[in-house]
Each structure stands twice: as structure tokens, then as C-alpha cells.
Design a protein around this ligand. Structure first.
Ligand SMILES: [Fe+2]
Length: 201
């Protein structure tokens, strides 16, 4: 067994004009494939630890020291991207009544949630991710991580994530990360977010 690059759940051009097909090809076929290849290379050095990346990254101290950072980077890169593809859709979706109520209760309104998420995505310096997570208290929280670090390593369950590495937007949006963040809100798969929230809360 080895970790395998999952197919996109839609066509490469399905998210146009918000996310362009060239970006999707590069991002999925090249960047994500590289994380998969490098995660497999690390895991092959320690077959005794298995391949359950979520379990391993939930307890990074359990990962053998010689492959720990490689798995944080590349195992995290695989998990984050596999989730990210599923969090987008060309179809119009909306949060369930239950999730919408939780968003209102936590942030005040959907608009205030969007502003908080946008701020997290905008101000994450360099490469990383913005997240909506269910934290250890079972509450919604907006956060961000550097590089390919996953909130799972902080005991948080990601239910929405946005890749803000330049490779995610530079082909179309150049240096204008805020326009990419705004576009992302047009392609969020709220059905998937609802599903993750139901399991995580
Ligand atoms: Fe990425």
C-alpha cells in the first residue's frame, strides 16, 4: 500500500472563472503529487508506523524523528490538499441551518465569519492555510497554520480550509491574494463542510 493521489471530484475547469483550469492542473497534478511522493518516501523508511496520516499527525511526537518534519510537510500537504479539493464545487450550496446557526452564534453573522476567515487568510505571512475548525471545546474557531501544518496536530478538526500558498493563486491572481480569497467563497462546497461539522462537533 501507498498513499495515492485522489482524482479531483470535478473537471479541472469546473471552478472557472473563480479557480482556473491551469492552476488546478498544476496544483493537483504537480504540487499535490509531489506531497504524495514525498510522504510515501518517508513512510517507506518506517513501515512499522503504518500509513494513517491523520493519526500520525494528531500526535507528531509519535513520528520517528528522522522522518517527522518530512511527514509534517508532505503528509500534511497530502491531507490538506485532499480535503481542499472536496471543499470546492461548481454547484451552488449553502450552510445547513444548524451550521449557519453555529456560525451566527460564534461570529455574530455570516458576514463577520467571512471577514474573520478572510483576515486569517490575508494575514498568514508567507505560505500556509486559513481554517474554520471545531476546537477541543467543540466550538467553531477561525485559525491559520504555516506551511503544510494541519490543525489536526493542534487537536482541532478542520471543516473548511483555504490554501494560501502562492502556487494556489499566482497563475490567475498574481500577487492579489485578497481577490483569490473572495473568489473562493463562490466555490465553497457547504455540503461537505456540513458533513465535516456533523462529525466533528
Ligand atoms: Fe497547495
Amino acid at each position: 500500500m501507498a498513499i495515492i493521489l485522489p482524482d479531483l471530484p470535478y473537471a479541472y475547469d469546473a471552478l472557472e472563472p473563480y479557480i482556473d483550469a491551469e492552476t488546478m492542473h498544476l496544483h493537483h497534478d504537480k504540487h499535490h503529487q509531489t506531497y504524495v511522493n514525498n510522504a510515501n518516501a518517508a513512510l517507506e523508511k518506517h513501515p512499522e508506523i503504518g500509513e494513517d496520516l491523520e493519526a500520525l499527525l494528531a500526535d507528531v511526537e509519535s513520528i520517528p524523528a528522522d522522518i517527522r518534519q518530512a511527514l509534517i510537510n508532505n503528509g500534511g500537504g497530502h491531507l490538506n490538499h485532499a480535503l481542499f479539493w472536496e471543499l470546492m464545487t461548481p454547484e451552488k450550496t449553502a450552510p445547513s441551518a444548524e451550521l449557519a446557526a453555529a456560525i451566527d452564534a460564534t461570529f455574530g453573522s455570516f458576514g463577520e465569519f467571512q471577514a474573520a476567515f478572510t483576515a486569517a487568510a490575508t494575514t498568514r505571512f508567507g505560505s500556509g492555510w486559513a481554517w474554520l475548525v471545531v476546537n477541543k471545546e467543540g466550538k467553531l474557531e477561525v485559525t491559520s497554520t504555516a506551511n503544510q501544518d494541519t490543525p489536526i496536530s493542534e487537536g482541532k478538526k478542520p471543516i473548511l480550509g483555504l490554501d494560501v500558498w502562492e502556487h494556489a493563486y499566482y497563475v490567475k491572481y498574481r500577487n492579489v491574494r485578497p481577490d483569490y480569497i473572495k473568489a473562493f467563497f463562490s466555490v465553497i462546497n457547504w455540503n461537505k463542510v456540513d458533513e465535516l461539522y456533523a462529525v466533528a462537533k
